[in-house]
Design a protein around this ligand. Structure first.
Ligand code: FES
Ligand SMILES: [Fe+2]
Length: 383
């Protein structure tokens, strides 16, 4: 696709053929039913006694009562709270209380969703089941590792299409004025942007790279990472439509590890050098085209303590202070989305130089949407 034609924003849509986070592993203790909505589809999910997480359509096949409001029985079946139909782990109805001896219609089934649990995260695939094998959730080795302290903020309920958050993360020239005085300043907005693209595990990615020398750190970054003036390496990578990974490496001027010509995906922080920084994983799961859930998984080497409170691990200190930054972004996304409710009526968006990754992310979204539409057309033609 010609990137010049990759706008306007696909704020009317969300990608279904993608693995999305529905929670951390700890959010799924055995036997607890949870209800979710992912890309407009209602989902009930739980961890079985055997330890695996399963998910299927949250609408009972009888009269659409939400199964997440039902209960799990001792034999592992899920009982609907309305008329008591019971389903096994595959979504097949195995018991109907009002006619216990009669045959059960083969239509009494609810559609299961593919689930993968990996790196301490539960991922759900809301799209075409046959296509689920073509992609894997991006690997996030720091999350839940003993060598890292991981703090999770969220999920936050954001009334905006999730591509607005992805664009916010790929274009951090909004650090001035939106985050001026906490994590950003005008100097940050002027750092040149490089772009890297590729494909890993079936997921096309777009990544920005910002390198700067002798940079005077804004107040929050001094509090977290100690150094007042740094050489800095900062990447933002949309690893898939479900995940954006941010890696920041800071070191005193002249001491930053030289990465030469190496590729930056997925970006690593060396815990055993004088580098300080973080790996922030932003998970953005669309509820529908106008709303998403947002998690921030803050990962910092476990031995790093903050300067602002030397008794606290840096990840914990960031988790305390970051909600101020999140509130600013949340405000911006909500305001933007409201403006999409007006017809374009001659309105035209201006692209600036640092928007390069936004253009590529949009092109990837358009390609994925087109691919889904063609898949749908193929399955309709086959019917
Ligand atoms: S709606 Fe679930 S049993 Fe009737
Ligand atoms: Fe921001």
């Amino acid at each position: 696709m010609n990137i010049e034609n990759s706008g306007p924003l696909a704020t009317y849509a969300c990608i279904r053929n993608c693995w999305y986070m529905i929670g951390a592993s700890a959010d799924f203790p055995a036997g607890k039913l949870t209800g979710h909505v992912v890309t407009g589809k209602p989902v009930v999910a739980w961890r079985t006694k055997q330890g695996t997480v399963v998910a299927y359509d949250d609408r009972c096949a009888h009269k659409r009562f939400p199964l997440s409001k039902g209960r799990l029985m001792d034999d592992g079946t899920l009982e609907c709270a309305y008329h008591g139909l019971r389903y096994d782990m595959t979504g097949k109805c195995v018991m109907i209380p009002s006619h216990p001896t009669g045959p059960i219609s083969p239509q009494a089934v609810v559609r299961p969703f593919p689930i993968i649990e990996q790196d301490g995260i539960v991922w759900l695939w809301p799209g075409d089941v046959a296509a689920a094998e073509t992609r894997r959730p991006p690997r996030l080795p720091e999350v839940g590792s003993d060598e890292w302290c991981t703090e999770i903020i969220g999920p936050m309920d954001v009334p905006a299409n999730y591509i607005l958050l992805i664009e916010n993360l790929l274009d951090i020239t909004h650090f001035y004025p939106l985050h001026d005085g906490n994590i950003g300043d005008i100097a940050n907005s002027r750092i040149p942007v490089e772009l890297e693209e590729g494909e890993v595990d079936g997921n096309r990615y777009a990544m920005t790279i910002r390198k700067v020398s002798n940079y005077a750190q804004p107040p929050y970054l001094v509090d977290w990472f100690h150094y007042d003036t740094v050489d800095r390496h900062h990447t933002h990578c949309m690893m898939s439509p479900g995940i954006t990974r941010v890696v920041m490496r800071n070191a005193p001027a002249g001491e930053l590890r030289d990465d030469g010509e190496e590729r930056h995906y997925p970006g690593r922080l060396d815990a055993n050098s004088n580098e300080r920084g973080y790996v922030l994983v932003h998970a953005h799961t669309p509820v529908d085209a106008h709303r998403h859930y947002w998690w921030v998984l803050i990962n910092v080497p476990a031995q790093h303590m903050s300067k602002g409170d030397p008794t606290k691990q840096t990840a914990k200190r960031i988790a305390e202070m970051f909600p101020t930054v999140i509130a600013e972004d949340h405000f911006a996304l909500e305001q933007q989305q409201k403006m999409f409710d007006y017809p374009d009526d001659g309105y035209q968006e201006v692209f600036l130089k640092p928007d390069i990754a936004i253009r590529r992310a949009r092109a990837i979204f358009h390609d994925l949407l087109r691919e889904e539409e063609q898949g749908l057309a193929r399955s309709q033609a086959a019917e």
